[in-house]
Design a protein around this ligand. Structure first.
Ligand code: ZN
Length: 142
Protein backbone atom coordinates (compact mmCIF):
# COMPACT_ATOMS: atom_id res chain seq x y z
CA UNK A 1 0.00 0.00 0.00
CA UNK A 2 1.21 3.48 -0.84
CA UNK A 3 0.13 5.94 1.83
CA UNK A 4 -0.36 9.50 0.68
CA UNK A 5 -1.40 12.52 2.74
CA UNK A 6 -4.07 14.93 1.52
CA UNK A 7 -1.75 17.94 1.31
CA UNK A 8 0.68 15.99 -0.91
CA UNK A 9 -2.14 14.83 -3.17
CA UNK A 10 -3.24 18.44 -3.54
CA UNK A 11 0.30 19.44 -4.50
CA UNK A 12 0.54 16.63 -7.08
CA UNK A 13 -2.86 17.60 -8.53
CA UNK A 14 -1.88 21.28 -8.69
CA UNK A 15 1.37 20.40 -10.51
CA UNK A 16 -0.53 18.37 -13.12
CA UNK A 17 -3.13 21.08 -13.63
CA UNK A 18 -0.47 23.77 -13.94
CA UNK A 19 1.50 21.83 -16.57
CA UNK A 20 -1.58 20.74 -18.53
CA UNK A 21 -1.77 20.00 -21.48
CA UNK A 22 1.78 18.73 -20.92
CA UNK A 23 2.70 15.92 -18.60
CA UNK A 24 4.19 16.82 -15.26
CA UNK A 25 6.53 14.66 -13.24
CA UNK A 26 8.34 14.53 -9.96
CA UNK A 27 9.88 12.34 -7.30
CA UNK A 28 8.22 10.74 -4.27
CA UNK A 29 10.24 10.79 -1.08
CA UNK A 30 9.31 8.69 1.89
CA UNK A 31 9.95 5.56 3.88
CA UNK A 32 9.03 1.90 3.93
CA UNK A 33 7.11 0.46 6.86
CA UNK A 34 6.70 -3.27 6.46
CA UNK A 35 4.87 -3.79 3.17
CA UNK A 36 3.69 -0.16 3.11
CA UNK A 37 5.30 2.95 1.75
CA UNK A 38 4.60 6.30 3.28
CA UNK A 39 5.15 9.35 1.13
CA UNK A 40 6.52 12.21 3.21
CA UNK A 41 7.63 14.67 0.56
CA UNK A 42 7.69 15.55 -3.13
CA UNK A 43 10.19 16.93 -5.53
CA UNK A 44 8.61 18.38 -8.69
CA UNK A 45 10.69 18.33 -11.88
CA UNK A 46 10.65 20.19 -15.13
CA UNK A 47 9.67 17.85 -17.97
CA UNK A 48 12.83 17.24 -20.00
CA UNK A 49 11.18 15.93 -23.15
CA UNK A 50 11.26 18.69 -25.68
CA UNK A 51 9.87 16.53 -28.50
CA UNK A 52 6.60 15.27 -27.08
CA UNK A 53 5.80 16.72 -23.66
CA UNK A 54 2.07 16.01 -24.02
CA UNK A 55 2.31 12.25 -23.81
CA UNK A 56 5.77 11.37 -22.58
CA UNK A 57 7.98 12.32 -19.79
CA UNK A 58 11.49 11.49 -18.92
CA UNK A 59 13.54 12.10 -15.86
CA UNK A 60 17.05 13.33 -16.43
CA UNK A 61 19.89 11.48 -14.66
CA UNK A 62 20.64 14.72 -12.83
CA UNK A 63 17.08 14.72 -11.46
CA UNK A 64 17.55 11.21 -10.08
CA UNK A 65 20.75 12.31 -8.40
CA UNK A 66 19.09 15.44 -6.99
CA UNK A 67 16.14 13.45 -5.67
CA UNK A 68 18.45 10.94 -4.02
CA UNK A 69 20.48 13.73 -2.43
CA UNK A 70 17.32 15.46 -1.21
CA UNK A 71 16.01 12.20 0.29
CA UNK A 72 19.31 11.58 2.06
CA UNK A 73 19.29 15.12 3.44
CA UNK A 74 15.80 14.58 4.83
CA UNK A 75 16.62 11.15 6.22
CA UNK A 76 14.18 9.35 3.92
CA UNK A 77 14.34 7.41 0.65
CA UNK A 78 13.54 7.99 -2.97
CA UNK A 79 10.59 5.60 -3.21
CA UNK A 80 9.07 6.47 -6.56
CA UNK A 81 7.88 8.91 -9.17
CA UNK A 82 4.66 10.60 -10.14
CA UNK A 83 3.49 11.88 -13.49
CA UNK A 84 0.29 13.05 -15.12
CA UNK A 85 -1.56 11.70 -18.14
CA UNK A 86 -3.30 14.64 -19.79
CA UNK A 87 -6.64 13.42 -21.18
CA UNK A 88 -5.58 9.78 -20.85
CA UNK A 89 -6.26 7.03 -18.30
CA UNK A 90 -4.10 6.63 -15.18
CA UNK A 91 -2.45 3.48 -16.55
CA UNK A 92 1.20 3.09 -17.60
CA UNK A 93 1.79 3.40 -21.33
CA UNK A 94 4.15 1.15 -23.27
CA UNK A 95 6.61 4.04 -23.24
CA UNK A 96 6.30 4.22 -19.45
CA UNK A 97 7.04 0.51 -19.12
CA UNK A 98 10.13 0.73 -21.29
CA UNK A 99 11.49 3.58 -19.20
CA UNK A 100 10.58 2.30 -15.74
CA UNK A 101 12.66 0.45 -13.19
CA UNK A 102 11.46 -2.29 -10.83
CA UNK A 103 10.95 -1.53 -7.14
CA UNK A 104 9.87 2.13 -7.45
CA UNK A 105 6.25 3.20 -7.02
CA UNK A 106 4.91 4.92 -10.13
CA UNK A 107 2.00 7.18 -9.35
CA UNK A 108 0.05 8.13 -12.47
CA UNK A 109 -2.95 10.44 -12.48
CA UNK A 110 -5.31 11.58 -15.15
CA UNK A 111 -5.76 15.29 -15.89
CA UNK A 112 -8.99 15.61 -17.84
CA UNK A 113 -9.45 18.97 -19.59
CA UNK A 114 -7.12 20.60 -17.08
CA UNK A 115 -8.68 19.00 -14.02
CA UNK A 116 -6.92 16.32 -11.96
CA UNK A 117 -8.91 13.09 -11.71
CA UNK A 118 -8.16 9.47 -10.94
CA UNK A 119 -4.81 8.62 -9.32
CA UNK A 120 -3.30 5.11 -9.30
CA UNK A 121 0.04 3.61 -8.36
CA UNK A 122 1.98 0.89 -10.21
CA UNK A 123 5.07 -1.17 -9.66
CA UNK A 124 7.01 -2.89 -12.41
CA UNK A 125 7.75 -6.60 -11.97
CA UNK A 126 11.36 -7.70 -11.60
CA UNK A 127 11.48 -9.03 -15.17
CA UNK A 128 10.13 -5.63 -16.37
CA UNK A 129 7.39 -7.25 -18.50
CA UNK A 130 4.36 -5.95 -16.63
CA UNK A 131 3.06 -3.82 -13.82
CA UNK A 132 1.19 -4.73 -10.68
CA UNK A 133 -1.15 -2.14 -9.29
CA UNK A 134 -0.29 -0.90 -5.83
CA UNK A 135 -3.16 0.35 -3.71
CA UNK A 136 -3.18 3.96 -2.58
CA UNK A 137 -4.35 4.71 0.92
CA UNK A 138 -5.23 8.30 1.67
CA UNK A 139 -4.11 9.47 5.05
CA UNK A 140 -4.64 12.71 6.97
CA UNK A 141 -0.93 13.58 6.90
CA UNK A 142 2.44 11.87 6.72
ZN1 ZN B 1 2.92 7.89 -18.58
Amino acid sequence: MLKLGHSLIEKIHAHGERDYPNECCGALLGREEGADRIVTGLMPFANQRGDSPKNRFSIAPLDVQMAEDEAKKKGCNLIGWYHSHPDAPARPSEFDREHAWPWYSYVIFQVEKGEAREMRSWRLNEDRTRYAEEGIEYIASA
